[in-house]
Each structure stands twice: as C-alpha cells, then as structure tokens.
Design a protein around this ligand. Structure first.
Ligand code: BGC
Length: 360
C-alpha cells in the first residue's frame, strides 16, 4: 500500500532521525575508552575524536558509519560526538575531546566561525585537526577535506537553466554560518552570470537546513501569488520542503527544483519527475580518506597536499573530491550501479510498467 504524499515526505526524515539517536549514544559508550583502561600496554590504540552538529540530514549517518568502520579497520577507535544543532554545545564537545587526549580531531562545524580558539587549544596539545566537509574559518586547521562545493553549485545551476534559462527564481539556501553555502553560491553565480534573464525573486537562508522552514517559505511565496519558474535549494532536505509546498498546490513536477546529496527521497522524486536534479557526492570515499588521513596524522606520517584554500587568515591545505550531477538520464548508473541506493528503493513509488526494463 502506498503512503499518502505528506507521510512519504516525512517518512525518511523521521526514520533517519530516530535511528540516529541510538547509534550516536552507543558510539560514545563503545569507542575510545580502552585507551585509558589499559595505560600499561606497550602499543596503545589511537583515538580519533569526531564531532558533528547533527544527524538529521540523511547523508551524515553514512559519513559517520564509513568513517568509524575505516578508522576501526586501521586499528583506531573513534569517540563520536553529536551536538544536536547546538553551536556552543559543539564547541564544548570538541573541548571535551581535546581534554580526553584524542590523537586527532575531525570536525564538521555547524558554525564556521566559532572554532578559532578551540583549534588553537588542540594545536597547543599537538592534536592535528581536520575540517571535514565544511571549512572551519580563521583557525589554520591541518587539512580541509571536502567534496568541491563550488562545483556542486555549478552543477545545480547548469541543471536548472536547462529547464528555465530565464524567469523568476527562488533560492532556498542553507544557513550562512555554513561556509559551504557561500561556496555553493559562488559556483552558482559563475553560471548564472551568463543568464541575465534569471530574476532572483527570493534569497532565503534556512536555519539548521530546516525542511519545515523551506516548506513554510515556499508556501508563503506561492500563496502571495509570486511567479515562480524555478527553485534552487541548498540540499535535498530543503528541496523536499519546497516540493511538499508545490505538491499541496498541485505544482510538483511543473516547476523545476534542484538540491544536492542524492538523498533517497530526492532520488525517488527525480525518477517520479517532481525533482529535476540532485548532486551525488562520493561520501564513502570522503569518509574513508578522512579516516586514513586522521590515522596517518595521529602517527605523524601525513604529508599535506600542496593545494590550499584561504580560511580568512591562513592558507589551509585542501583535498577536493568531485561531485556528479544526477537527473533522470543518469540516476541508474551514478546512484544505483555505484551501490549508493538500491533500485528497489529508488523506484519504489514508480509503477512497475514505468520502470526501466532491468528493474521490473
Ligand atoms: C553539506 C551538505 C549537507 C548540508 C546539511 C552542507 O555543509 O555540504 O551535503 O546537506 O550541509 O547538513
């Protein structure tokens, strides 16, 4: 039996939210404590501290799981901390990790600008710091590793101008405190500058990447009678909120929407036709590489890349991975063949006779 549309929008979200809480707590209990329990051991285990702001957005579960399993397979433990969208809480959790004496730190900052002091504290104790996916600003971290967000922005813009080369655009961005939002925008602007007919009817920045805020804002704009020809969303969660607002007004599939992450709900919307495109990010590679680098850094065996990014004060070594555009034409090869999501999940809402022959 298929769920009502509203329930479908929410289903993935709540499932992920509830699953997220349990392993988050367990990870802290199960990892890392051996180090103190066995002080006399000749070769003690390395311990990596991993801090993120929230597990609500689907991708971060994969980031965390792949990172922890890669670190474990290299013989390191991971102490995982989830700040549940608390900016200050995240800073305090990183201080706690430093005080626990971790060998390296991996941080996905909620607010790019809050970590200057805490990174100094880590450095003063000889703890190397990796800024993961999002750049920590003004702090001189040892490495920034990410999927190239400027490239993500270019992909979003290139995909949507195919459908709407001119017209009234809504931009539903993530929060400005996430520096990826700035980079994505730079990438988008480098494409839109060649499309003078693109009119920015709305530039909105959703706190905490909130689905609900995206839904409310797009609903408000549509109800005000504003013309809308395209909606560019900062990620698939925001795109889900926008599509929800459109579908309540029977507009889903009529106005192109783009996001990023290749979340399962977005992939389903792409094959159903209500989302034009998303962006696949090689998250498993990112997490695996970050774990390998963290372990190498902890052993003082890591040579940073020559390429750098300016963090506001320092030039920080950077390792970029490449994102890939995903639309109906290539979703099978990019998302399904790579094992990112299964065909059963992606096509579950498409009637069997309308699926590609190989997935019937
Ligand atoms: C990441 C996105 C993610 C968003 C919300 C951004 O910094 O690059 O992949 O969807 O944060 O968590």
């Amino acid at each position: 039996m298929s769920l009502p549309r509203d329930a479908r929008f929410r289903r993935g979200f709540f499932l992920f939210r509830s699953l997220a809480i349990i392993p988050a707590a367990l990870a802290i209990v199960s990892c890392g404590f051996q180090r103190r329990a066995d002080p006399g051991a000749t070769e003690r285990k390395l311990v990596i501290g991993f801090s993120l702001d929230s597990l609500i957005v689907e991708r971060w579960l994969r980031d965390r799981d792949v990172f922890v399993s890669a670190a474990n397979s290299l013989g390191a433990d991971v102490i995982f901390q989830n700040a549940a969208n608390g900016e200050r809480e995240q800073v305090n959790q990183v201080k706690y990790l430093i005080d626990r004496g971790v060998d390296a730190l991996v941080i996905i900052p909620q607010n790019a600008d809050l970590f200057t002091e805490v990174v100094q504290r880590a450095k003063s104790k000889g703890i190397k710091v990796i800024s993961y996916d999002r750049l920590i600003r003004n702090a001189g971290v040892d490495l920034y590793i990410s999927v190239d967000s400027r490239e993500v922005g270019k992909i979003m813009a290139r995909e949507i101008v195919k459908e709407a080369p001119a017209g009234s655009y809504l931009f539903i961005n993530g929060p400005k405190s996430d520096y990826n939002v700035t980079l994505v925008k730079e990438g988008q602007d480098s494409v839109f500058k060649d499309y003078p007919g693109v009119y920015r009817a709305l530039e909105y920045y959703a706190d905490n990447w909130s689905y609900d805020l995206a839904f409310a804002e797009v609903s408000r704009v549509l109800d005000a009678g504003t013309a809308v020809d395209a909606i560019v969303c900062g990620n698939d969660g925001l795109a889900g909120g926008a599509i929800h607002a459109l579908s309540e007004r029977r507009l889903a599939g009529k106005i192109p929407v783009v996001g990023q992450d290749a979340d399962i709900s977005a992939c389903q919307f792409v094959v159903e036709g209500s989302q034009l495109a998303t962006v696949y990010k090689p998250i498993s590679t990112l997490a695996r590489e970050a774990a390998q680098i963290a372990v190498a850094m902890a052993k003082d065996e890591y040579a940073p890349p020559a390429e750098t990014i300016y963090d506001g004060v320092h030039d920080v070594p950077v390792r970029w991975l490449t994102p890939v555009a995903v639309d109906k034409s290539n979703i099978d090869s990019v998302v399904i063949d790579s094992g990112f999501h299964s065909a059963v999940e992606v096509y579950q809402n498409v009637p069997v006779e309308k699926r590609p022959a190989s997935y019937r």
